[in-house]
Design a protein around this ligand. Structure first.
Ligand code: NAD
Ligand code: TYD
Length: 340
């Protein structure tokens, strides 16, 4: 495993993973294969752009020939698939894109991985595939998948395809189910970067419903370390949860962001709830810990690092919050009679 294709590597977690892997492994080469959708941003890869071990190819994972040509040209032995439509609210507004990219795209990558007899296919999945988990339960890898949004259903479907390629064709696959990530390069449509950038600008923080929904917010670097451990020490055919095992209600998260920034708590605005909103995800990560992994950042530390990054990197996010982003924001929040 030396020549990795990282699909979706121009997005939030993919870019952090590329930085992490190139820092850690002197002899690895990484090709980022990314369509550059609204969420893909070449600037996320600026820190590695001049590294001779790095290459970028713009392409769609649904395009079998483009994937084939890239694997051949770069002698790829491993695919790590981050490419996806990742926002639950967009998947509710317009469900076709999650089906196309998350399902068909994963299938196309698997098909080419099988053709090229790759050493490993690693699928980046999510704790959302388990569905809403009541207190005090915690999801383990063998639990049933009960996804409830178009996004999580497409991710669960993709996982089933990955497993089918392991059983049917003997492709060496692994899967990680990460909890919510936070950190640098997070596209400001997701809750933490949206609330942070709004708060910096003294704009309302739109909390869905009562804000008592809970998420396990983990620092993106911890997630990348978990993926790395599974790639190297995971068992083919197996799935591993990755998270902190601590859940925080959204309303508490929002108050903490305001406290870090010294902004008034009156910026919090309760707005109409998300349709079918999963109130809680909670995972048990003992299977990954048994491979030697542990989460290093508490929620407070991770949030502090994240908020500081957004304060220090306004040149990264200010251009994003314009044009098509504002159109999305208007449809998602203003037209629904919500915040802003
Ligand atoms: P992101 O939205 O920031 O980035 C997604 C990337 O995929 C973008 O660069 C985009 O251009 C690219 N992409 C989209 N469609 C493509 C296509 N058809 N072909 C090629 N590239 C395409 O997403 P993220 O938050 O970095 O998430 C990465 C992966 O991790 C996803 O698979 C997501 O489901 C999973 N995940 C995310 C979280 C989270 O908290 N963000 C948690 C668990 C799992
Ligand atoms: P999000 O970052 O979209 O991640 P996910 O839905 O995949 O977990 O949302 C995190 C939580 O924050 C989720 O419970 C929905 C909530 N949320 C809000 O309350 N307001 C918002 O504007 C957004 C985007 C999310």
């Amino acid at each position: 495993m030396h020549n990795l294709l990282v699909s979706g590597g121009a997005g939030f977690i993919g870019a952090n993973f590329v930085h992490y892997m190139l820092e850690k492994y002197a002899d690895y080469r990484i090709v980022v294969f990314d369509k550059l959708t609204y969420a893909g941003n070449p600037a996320n890869l600026d820190p590695v752009r001049s590294d001779p071990r790095f290459a970028f190819v713009q392409g769609d994972i649904c395009d079998l020939d483009a994937v084939r040509n890239t694997l051949r040209a770069h002698d790829i032995d491993t695919i790590v698939n981050f490419a996806a439509e990742t926002h639950v609210d967009r998947s509710i507004m317009q469900p076709d894109a999650v089906v196309t990219t998350n399902l068909n795209g994963t299938w196309a990558l698997l098909e080419v991985a099988r053709e090229f007899k790759l050493e490993r296919f690693h699928q980046i999945s999510t704790d959302e595939v388990y569905g809403a988990i009541p207190l005090p339960q915690r999801s383990r890898e063998g639990d049933p998948l009960e996804p409830r949004s178009p996004y999580s259903a497409s991710k669960a479907g993709a996982e089933h395809l990955v497993y089918a390629y392991f059983i049917t064709y003997g492709l060496a696959v692994t899967t990680t189910r990460g909890s919510n990530n936070i950190g640098p390069y997070h596209y400001p449509e997701k809750a933490v970067p949206l609330f942070t950038t709004n708060a910096i600008d003294d704009q309302p923080l739109p909390i869905y419903g009562d804000g008592r929904q809970m998420r396990d917010y983990q620092y993106v670097r911890d997630h990348c370390e978990g993926i790395d451990i599974v790639l190297h020490n995971g068992t083919p055919g197996e799935v591993y949860n990755v998270g902190t095992e601590v859940e925080t209600p959204n309303i508490e998260m929002a108050h903490k962001i305001l406290a870090i920034l010294g902004k008034p708590h009156s910026l919090i605005a309760h707005v109409a709830d998300r349709a079918g909103h999963d109130r809680r995800y909670a995972i048990d990560c003992s299977k990954l810990r048994a491979l030697g992994w542990k989460s290093k950042h508490s929620f407070d530390t991770a949030l502090e690092h994240t908020v500081r990054w957004f304060v220090d990197n306004q040149a990264w996010w200010r251009p994003i919050k314009s044009g098509a982003y504002l159109e999305y924001y208007r449809r998602q929040y203003v037209e629904r009679g919500d915040a802003a």
